[in-house]
Every structure is written in structure tokens, then in C-alpha cells.
Write a protein that binds this ligand. Structure first.
Ligand SMILES: Cc1cc2nc3c(=O)[nH]c(=O)nc-3n(C[C@H](O)[C@H](O)[C@H](O)COP(=O)(O)O)c2cc1C
Length: 241
């Protein structure tokens, strides 16, 4: 039986040594990746892709690109959430198509709501995501700063800000994935210790794709958890206002 969400959250640890004798069910991991895609995502743009690596030769190459750290070299499978900010047009169009279909299926239509939703994807998203050598981003930042003097203003508008936004959503999906795996009793370890250019080359990814993290997967071996869980005292990070 699967663990509850609370049990899965408590169970999840970063495991750096996996049992080589326990294989992973391909479909179980794939299902956890599907659940990853149910994570909240900025503007529902879903600027991500997930690479599920089971091929032993590719695993070896990726392990080397992760500096042969044990969470990668002993991993039975790897899952790599990839940030695809460059796919914003395609994902925006998918949202537009979805909403149009939904509207058309409705018996009582709300013209105002339809216009607002479509305007969001047809006008606002391109204004936010369209780039031209950083020039648009710079102009948007100046506009946001000056307008922000007089009224509340959205300020995360340049290329760097949008990278953070896309990475945020992909990281939420990665956490969903690890919790789903934990619910099945499967261990993971997120890693940012890797050579991103080499990882991208191995996965044959385009230049603009960015690696969010590499996640080692398997069942924990003895000594796979390096020590007791350490967290700074909750009172130091919790503020009730
Ligand atoms: C974004 C990110 C990158 C990480 N990179 C690595 C890594 O490269 N290698 C590693 O062994 N652990 C890595 N970790 C795991 C952390 O060290 C670990 O989450 C932390 O020590 C807390 O331990 P716990 O996950 O067992 O609660 C990473 C974690 C995160 C969230």
C-alpha cells in the first residue's frame, strides 16, 4: 500500500547509495513522472520536460557528467527534469487551444471571461516572454520600476527573472516526483552537481534547454543515508504574522 503524503514526506531522504540488486519498475517511475507534471506551474505554461534514463550506457555517461558522485554512479535509473523556457510559444498555444475547446463545449458562454483568458495567453504572455537580445527585458524592467513608484506592479519581467520563474515551476514538479516515488517506497537524490553542457549533449538537448537537476533513483542500500536529518530549528524559519 502506498504511503500517505505526510508519510512520504517524512520517508524521503537524499539517498546516495542504492541497492544494485533491486531493480526499479519502469512503469512505477513513469507514473511518478506523470504525477510530477500535475505540479502547479506558472501561468500553466508547463515549461518542462522529463527524461527518464534506464539505458545502462547512457547512465554511465551521465554518472561521469555528474562527477561520478555516488548518488549518480549507484543510481538504478535517473530522472532529469529539464527547463524549456524556449517552448513558451508552443505551450501558450496549447493553453489557448484547450481554453477555446472548453469555451465551445459550454452551454452558457461568458464572453467577458473568454476574452480575458485568451488575452492573457495571446497578449500578456508574449509581452512577458518575447525576447530580443535582452533589450525588451531591459525596457520592461525600466517600465516596471517607474510604474511601480505609483502603484503595485509586477516586477519579474526580464530574461533572468523568467529563467527563475521557469526553474521554480520545474523544481516544484521535481519535488512532486520525489514525493510520489517516496509514496511507493522508492528513494531519490536530487543533484545539481553536474556538468550541464555535458548532460545536455548526452541527452541531445537544444542550446536553450536548461537542466533543473539530475535525480538519482533506486532503493536505499545500507549506508545510503549519510546521517540523521538536519534542519535548523523550526522557530528560526517560521514567522506567524
Ligand atoms: C537543488 C538541490 C541540489 C542538490 N544537489 C546535490 C548533489 O549534487 N549531490 C548530493 O549528494 N546531494 C544533493 N542535494 C541533496 C541535499 O544535499 C539534501 O537535500 C540536503 O542535505 C537535505 O537532506 P535530505 O534531502 O535527506 O533531507 C541537492 C538538493 C537539492 C534540493
Amino acid at each position: 500500500m502506498e504511503k500517505t503524503v505526510s508519510e512520504a514526506i517524512e520517508f524521503r531522504r537524499s539517498v546516495r547509495k542504492y541497492d544494485p540488486n533491486q531493480s526499479l519498475n519502469h512503469e512505477d517511475v513513469k507514473e511518478c513522472i506523470r504525477q510530477a507534471t500535475l505540479a502547479a506551474t506558472s501561468s500553466n505554461l508547463q515549461l518542462w520536460e522529463f527524461y527518464h534514463i534506464t539505458d545502462s550506457e547512457i547512465l554511465k555517461k551521465l554518472s561521469k557528467a555528474c562527477f561520478s558522485q555516488s548518488a549518480a554512479s549507484t543510481a538504478v535509473q535517473l530522472v532529469i527534469p529539464v527547463v524549456r523556457k524556449d517552448l513558451w510559444r508552443k505551450r501558450s498555444t496549447a493553453n489557448i487551444d484547450f481554453h477555446k475547446q472548453q469555451f465551445e463545449a459550454q452551454e452558457v458562454r461568458n464572453a467577458k471571461k473568454e476574452k480575458r483568458t485568451l488575452k492573457y495567453y495571446e497578449k500578456l504572455i508574449p509581452v512577458l516572454y518575447r525576447e530580443f537580445f535582452g533589450i525588451f527585458g531591459f525596457l520592461k524592467k525600466v517600465f516596471a520600476k517607474t510604474t511601480g513608484i505609483y502603484r503595485p506592479m509586477y516586477r519579474e519581467v526580464n530574461r533572468g527573472d523568467l529563467r527563475v520563474i521557469a526553474h521554480k515551476s520545474t523544481a516544484l514538479a521535481a519535488q512532486n516526483f520525489m514525493i510520489s516515488m517516496a509514496a511507493k517506497g522508492i528513494d531519490t537524490c536530487p543533484m545539481e552537481g553536474f556538468d550541464s553542457i555535458r548532460v545536455k549533449r548526452i541527452l541531445n538537448l537544444p542550446r536553450k534547454a536548461e537542466i533543473s537537476m539530475v535525480i538519482g533513483c533506486g532503493y536505499r542500500d545500507e549506508g545510503g543515508i549519510y546521517g540523521p536529518r538536519f534542519r535548523v530549528p523550526f522557530k528560526d524559519v517560521y514567522y506567524s504574522i
